[in-house]
Design a protein around this ligand. Structure first.
Ligand code: PLP
Length: 443
């Protein structure tokens, strides 16, 4: 019996006792290949000696100092490094303890920006139906995962939402990608006009959609069009890169591949790579300048913000990514991995789509390929797959969220950046066995 309120209240998960590289070992001595980096977190794998050493050194120097009294070198250096490496004038950083906290921070910073600009009527966010921005109430309100939102819907602020950019499901037969993208942008413009631009704070989206739909990248030009509309109607563009940021897609930020500069960027997961709980918001200079010139303070704060050990871990993660040229490795291994997956599942009757960017990859599962028919939710295929994968020593991230009122099962793969091609081949082989047994037992 466990006293922890686990995710599943009827089952205690295996106890992880050690981990190294891409392998996690449980108390029974079973080993698991971490093909999902937990939930796209462990980008450097486990027990990376340099990250551990940086944390130990920071603990010995100074484990904690409250930010109402002090700053610390680790947090200052991390912020300076993130600012130096981010494109454009995204040169201010707010450090918190995770992705949801970072999203709340971005929402409040955006609201305060407009307040200090003398536009208090701007109090509504615009977001998309297919998205996950975190489990706290503000983040849940801008999110689009119906399953997560539904029980708490009465507690959430009203957020008008538009269609996601989900080409596999939503582009009509015969419609070009350009025409599909243009239609999405028309819908966004109509939503802006319907809400009244003078009431809107900003538009919130994941650059590459992660958990709600399994690594769905935007179409070419989509975010350039979004940026144009945000500029035209005076909305801030808030991109959630909690899952897809910090190298996961082969560039430090996924939006760099879309040719846009957001006003605020939300980070988590890969920032601390699992070594410490840490999230961050990157803000463009004009956002912070307005507050500096106005009230002089951002009306926000958390006890553990700017935590020295978390900052030291995240700084070491950044250093390792750069020194070991891991962005290039992500691009090369992502291409190799997608090729292996296409070879294994390209003609699979129940794999409708294989997609993603870098080492953020999704497989969408369908009962029938031609009609892209999802499996019935009652089958709980994603849960069966997770169990079968764990039985084969494979950690993957299958989900069965309700998207736009439609249920779809998909598998998210996000192995550490250090995963070798031989390990990717082994992951593919275990995944093939997992799918065969899961589908046999559920069809
Ligand atoms: N945003 C995205 C895109 C995420 O994938 C997640 C977590 O899965 C979050 C926000 C919330 O982050 P956290 O779980 O660290 O609060």
């Amino acid at each position: 019996m466990s006293h922890i309120i686990h995710r599943d209240l009827r089952r205690v998960p295996p106890v992880a006792v050690s981990a190294a590289g891409i392998t996690v070992t449980d108390r029974a001595g079973r080993t698991y290949l971490d093909a999902s980096g937990g939930a796209a977190v462990s980008s450097l794998g486990h027990a990376h000696p340099e990250v551990l050493a940086a944390m130990h050194a920071q603990i010995d120097r100074n484990a904690y100092a409250h930010t109402a009294f002090f700053t610390c070198d680790a947090a200052e250096e991390l912020a300076a490094r993130l600012a130096a490496e981010a494109p454009g004038d995204l040169d201010h950083v707010y450090l918190v303890s995770g992705g949801s906290e970072a999203m709340e921070t971005a929402l409040k910073l955006a609201r305060q920006y407009w307040l200090e600009a003398g536009q208090p009527r701007r109090r509504t966010f615009l977001a998309r139906r297919q998205s996950y921005h975190g489990n706290t109430l503000g983040a849940l309100a801008v999110g689009g995962n119906e399953w997560r939102r539904q029980p708490f819907a009465p507690l959430l602020m009203d957020v008008p939402r538009v269609a996601p950019c989900y080409e596999y499901r939503d582009r009509a037969d015969g419609q070009s990608t350009e025409a599909y993208t243009a239609a999405l942008l028309r819908e966004l413009e109509q939503a802006i006009l319907a809400a009244g631009p003078e009431n809107l704070i900003g538009f919130v989206a994941e650059t590459v959609v992660g958990a709600t739909a399994g690594a769905v990248p935007p179409t070419p030009g989509y975010f350039r069009g979004v940026r144009r509309l945000c500029d035209q109607y005076g909305l801030l563009l808030i991109l959630d890169e909690v899952m897809c940021g910090i190298g996961r897609t082969g560039t430090l930020y996924a939006f760099e591949q879309d040719g846009v500069l957001p006003d605020l960027v939300v980070l988590g997961k890969g920032l601390g790579a699992g070594y410490q709980p840490i999230g961050a918001v990157l803000a463009r200079a004009h956002i912070v300048q307005r507050l500096r010139d106005g009230s002089g303070a951002f009306q926000h704060g958390h006890t553990y913000m700017g935590h020295p050990v978390a900052a030291a871990a995240a700084l070491a993660v950044q250093q390792v990514i750069q020194r070991d040229c891991l962005l290039g490795a992500v691009t090369a291994r992502g291409t190799a991995f997608r090729r292996m997956l296409r070879d294994a599942f390209g003609n699979h009757p129940h794999v409708g789509d294989i997609r993603g960017r870098g080492l953020l990859i999704g497989l969408e599962l369908v009962a029938e390929r031609a009609g892209k028919t999802p499996f019935a939710p009652e089958q709980r295929l994603h849960a069966i797959i997770k169990g079968e994968a764990m039985a084969r020593g494979l950690m993957i991230y299958p989900m069965g969220g309700t998207i736009d009122g439609r249920r779809g099962d998909h598998i998210l793969l996000a192995p550490p950046f250090i995963t070798t091609e031989a390990e990717l081949a082994e992951i593919t082989s275990r995944l093939a066995d997992t799918l065969t047994s899961s589908l046999t037992s559920s069809l």
